[in-house]
Design a protein around this ligand. Structure first.
Ligand code: PRX
Length: 632
């Protein structure tokens, strides 16, 4: 099994080895996996192009490492434990043996539908076990999965299907979420009506059994496709650098881009980071509350835990259904040992009062994690005291869709923890802070732009169909560096604190959103001339979305107009991107070269109109007064 660091001395030694001789360090980790053919060269890299190859020439199948290699030692152990939305419904569990058989059946079903190695398979599914099984089935046959979070709109789904020219979409009929029964296949049907010509099949899983429209030329039931499939499926031989999956994420410009991860490096790093960050021990029950539609679900619900032979829980529901005690009730019910969630959920539950968490026995918790956005001190303290009872260290894990796995985190019980600090780099992660002029900010007690100067195994390889964009966005800001887009502070002891994005990306409830993306959606409203979107501090969500909108014709009913703006964003992107505040403005503050002065808009949105700095150089300084007056 991959190294599990146990002491501070071991962490220091591993870190030092990983920097002095990264190839040897990672080769040693990689050797603990099953390879169909040993790699020829551990690492080849060039950040200029970028061209990064880990375990070059190695052949493997990640599912043999997630499933087959555990059959002998832990075949009867629970692999996936599924907790339903409605607590009165049955828990579902798959042992490693059962999961292996089911993944093989699904893989054979995909093959019989004509899906082969290299084809792109889109998933638009709620948190049902079939999603994990389907993803692994793709990996089994070498098809590339592209999971789209089931909260995105038909139009956002269509964009992603088209960008990756997917051959098939796998979905459910409906999604049970809290008290709601949300149509899922209907969204897929609507997306396909937007011209996704590459799609030849829609594989529909019957989840709630509600009425759906059926197109006999395209639609196939999941249960029928799997019905008489054999429970054995040879694992396709994949090159270490063959694509494993595409996952779309937002950037500061343009449409979301498809981040590509490949088989070998992703496998080695997700397993290594999972074992060390969560200190998983045999017999533990691990629960990550994320959705598989995001990277956290890919790396730390499916791949990392299964690679490490863990029992990983999937939760169908939401933290507040049927009440605000649900997370803690589930921890108590399944005797959860490692719990991993987002600050937005912690803040929302904290606001509901301590009685919800005090009702349940949380004594089995050994490690509690946080991911996706900065965790504020109040939430950190509450999580530490009320959930961890001061006994379960908080791992505030910093990473990104592009990094594939956790790069900065405390190691529980090994390194210290400090509120708001993601703390220390993982072995193999060489962090650098840079200033805007491209100079490294050295020493401790400093701030800068967070970069990484050496590849780790699960670093982004490309953006699907547009390699130049990958170079431009991540590798062109600083020479020979991967630029994260985040600002960070390094304290006197070398711990890192993430300050937040320095680009036009906002983080709403841990969901990444490009301001340009939301603006484009708003601009689809026929009565909008121009809009500008910024983030503002939000008590529960971390950041909220504030939209300034210039209407074409005067607006008679402002409330109705604002409602329409929110609706158009929900339609184009999805409900998660709906602006919290919409301010109708006569114009936007612009520089003489026509650039929107976002600095001013951010200040006004955050409620701070006192000192907006020098506005005299603006093309239209008078607009600032109007914006201040109309501020929400
Ligand atoms: O700004 C950072 C923030 O989330 C961004 C990455 O978002 P995404 O690709 O959606 O991945 C989220 C889950 C890994 C980062 O650029 N972020 C993530 N984790 C933290 C964080 N900010 C502060 N602290 C964290 N622990």
């Amino acid at each position: 099994m991959t190294l599990q660091i146990k002491t501070l001395a071991q962490y220091k030694e591993a870190y030092q080895n990983s920097v002095e001789n990264p190839e040897a360090f990672w080769a040693e980790q990689a050797e603990t996996f099953t390879w169909k053919k040993q790699w020829d060269k551990t690492l080849e890299w060039d950040f200029k192009t970028p061209d990064i190859k880990w375990f070059k020439g190695g052949k493997l199948n990640i599912t043999e490492n997630c499933l087959d290699r555990h059959l002998e030692t832990r075949g009867d152990q629970t692999a996936i434990l599924w907790e339903p939305n409605n607590p009165a419904n049955d828990v579902i569990s798959y042992t490693y043996k059962e999961l292996h058989a089911e993944v093989c059946r699904a893989a054979n079903a995909l093959k019989s539908l004509g899906i082969k190695k290299g084809d792109r398979v889109c998933f638009y599914m709620p948190m049902v076990t079939e999603l994990a099984i389907g993803v692994l089935a793709c990996a089994r046959i070498g098809a590339i999965h592209s999971v789209v979070f089931a909260g995105f709109s038909a139009s956002a789904l269509a964009d992603r299907i088209k960008d990756a020219t997917c051959n098939i979409v796998i979905c459910s009929d409906y999604n049970s979420r809290g008290a709601k029964n949300i149509p899922v296949k209907k969204v897929v049907d609507d997306a396909l009506a937007m011209g996704c010509d590459s799609v030849k099949t829609v594989l529909a899983h019957k989840n709630t059994g509600g009425e759906i429209a059926w197109n006999k030329d395209l639609d196939v039931w999941w249960h029928e496709a799997l019905y008489d499939q054999p429970t054995h499926c040879e694992a396709e031989e994949m090159d270490s650098e063959d694509m494993l999956f595409i996952l779309y994420t937002s950037g500061s410009t343009g449409k979301p881009k498809g981040v590509v991860h490949t088989c070998g490096g992703y496998m080695v790093y997700t397993c290594f980071s999972f074992r060390n960050v969560f200190q998983y021990q045999d017999g533990d029950v691990y629960w990550c509350t994320a959705d598989i539609g995001w990277i956290t679900g890919h790396s730390y619900i499916v791949y990392g835990p299964l690679l490490a032979g863990a029992t990983t829980m999937m939760f169908e529901g939401i933290p507040t259904y049927p009440d605000a005690g649900r997370f803690w009730e589930v921890c108590d019910k399944h005797k959860v040992n490692q719990f991993y969630t987002a600050p937005t959920a912690i803040r929302a539950l904290m606001a509901k009062g301590d009685e919800w968490v005090e009702k349940y026995d949380l004594s089995t918790l050994k490690v509690i994690g946080s991911v996706g956005e900065p965790i504020n001190e109040e939430a950190w303290n509450w999580y530490n005291e009320k959930v961890g009872k001061g006994n379960a260290p908080i791992v505030d894990t910093w990473w990104q869709t592009e990094t594939g796995g956790i790069l900065i985190t405390p190691l529980p019980g090994i390194t210290d923890t400090k509120p708001c600090y993601a703390s220390y780099p993982m072995p193999g992660v060489q962090l650098v802070l840079m200033d805007a002029d491209g100079n490294e900010v050295e020493g401790n007690g400093v701030e800068g732009l967070l970069c990484v100067k050496f590849p780790w195994p699960s670093i982004i390889r490309t953006t699907y169909g547009d390699h130049e964009r990958c170079r431009q966005v991540y590798f062109s800001s600083f020479e020979n560096m991967y630029f994260t887009g985040d600002g960070a502070r390094r304290d006197g002891d070398g711990r890192y604190r993430i300050i937040g994005r320095v680009d036009d990306v906002i983080n709403v409830s841990g969901h990444r959103m490009g301001t340009a993306e939301v603006e484009n959606a708003i601009n689809e409203h026929p009565n909008v001339v121009e809009s500008a979107v910024v983030g503002f501090p939000h008590e529960i969500k971390g950041q909220g979305i504030y939209a300034y909108v210039i209407p074409n014709q005067s607006v008679a009913d402002e409330q109705a107009f604002i409602k329409e703006i929110r609706k158009v964003v929900a339609k184009v992107i999805g409900p998660i991107a709906k602006p919290d505040e919409v301010q109708v403005v006569p114009g936007l503050p612009k520089t003489r070269s026509g650039k929107i002065m976002r600095r001013i808009l951010r200040k006004v949105a955050s409620g701070d109109v006192s000192n907006l700095g020098d506005v005299s150089t603006l093309l239209n300084p008078e607009i600032v007064e109007a914006i201040k007056e109309g501020a929400k």
